[in-house]
Design a protein around this ligand. Structure first.
Ligand code: DC
Length: 234
């Protein structure tokens, strides 16, 4: 019987990583972990606990209070999607707001935050059978993952997709706001000192600019089958 492998998915903001990770996990019967949600959870904690002033974080205070922050996931029984729990409260909708989006990359540069979350992510994925998406999954969290995917997409298409996704929700934002936010996050995520977003040498690159969700899922499944045919997972 083939082993439950670890699939690491990295890439830029809003390029469909989570959509692909979710669909792959469903198809394979694996656990899906959205690590961006965890960084968003810590950002929300900062907002709700007076640790943000003028969109700048009180880093010293946050580091002191990190042990207070408990994060976990619960599966929504209707949508079957995992939702983030922050200190016993379901914050799935709140963490998708533009306010959190504009703060999260600043939270993600903090070394102590990354250490806490990488540790939690390794525990969540230690048994394999996991599809984890983020920015440093293939490079830092699971450098030995059996499959690494790096997802890219045209920035204009990414902004438009995000705009459609948020339209009509409590987190609705203008296309301009979203475009600007994606640009800023890409810049911070790729240039930060602590585990920047990089394309691992052993990652398979998927540009999904012109692919539907179904097409990108099929492509990823083909890649997994090819890998399984080449490598023997014990
Ligand atoms: O995937 P997302 O857009 O929800 O992620 C939110 C932010 O969190 C993103 O701008 C960068 C950061 N992040 C990170 O630094 N490392 C990860 N593994 C996941 C997300």
């Amino acid at each position: 019987m083939s082993k439950n492998i670890t699939i690491a998915i990295d890439g830029y903001s809003s390029c469909g990583k989570s959509t692909m990770a979710k669909a792959l996990a469903k198809e394979l019967g694996y656990v899906f972990i959205d690590t961006g949600a965890m960084y968003r959870g810590i950002s929300l904690f900062c907002i709700e606990n007076g640790l943000v002033d003028n969109n700048e974080i009180n880093v010293e205070e946050l580091i002191i209070r990190l042990p207070e922050i408990q994060l976990s996931f619960v599966t929504n029984e209707e949508t079957l999607k995992p939702e983030l729990i922050l200190n016993n409260v379901n914050v799935e909708s709140k963490i998708r707001s533009i306010k959190v989006s504009s703060l999260v990359s600043k939270v993600a540069v903090i070394k102590q935050v990354r250490q806490k979350l990488v540790h939690a992510q390794r525990l969540l994925g230690q048994k394999g059978g996991v599809v984890m998406d983020g920015r440093d999954i293939g490079s830092v969290v699971f450098p030995n993952a059996e499959l690494k995917l790096f997802i890219t997409s045209d920035p204009k298409i990414r902004a438009q997709r995000r705009f459609e996704e948020l339209k009509g929700t409590e987190n609705e934002a203008s296309l301009e706001e979203i475009t600007q936010n994606l640009k800023e996050r890409d810049f911070i995520d790729t240039t930060r000192k602590e585990s920047p977003l990089i394309q691992c040498e052993d990652a398979v690159v998927i540009d999904n600019s012109n692919l539907s969700e179904q097409q990108q899922l099929e492509l990823a499944l083909d890649i997994i089958n090819e890998i399984k045919a080449i490598k023997v997972f014990e």
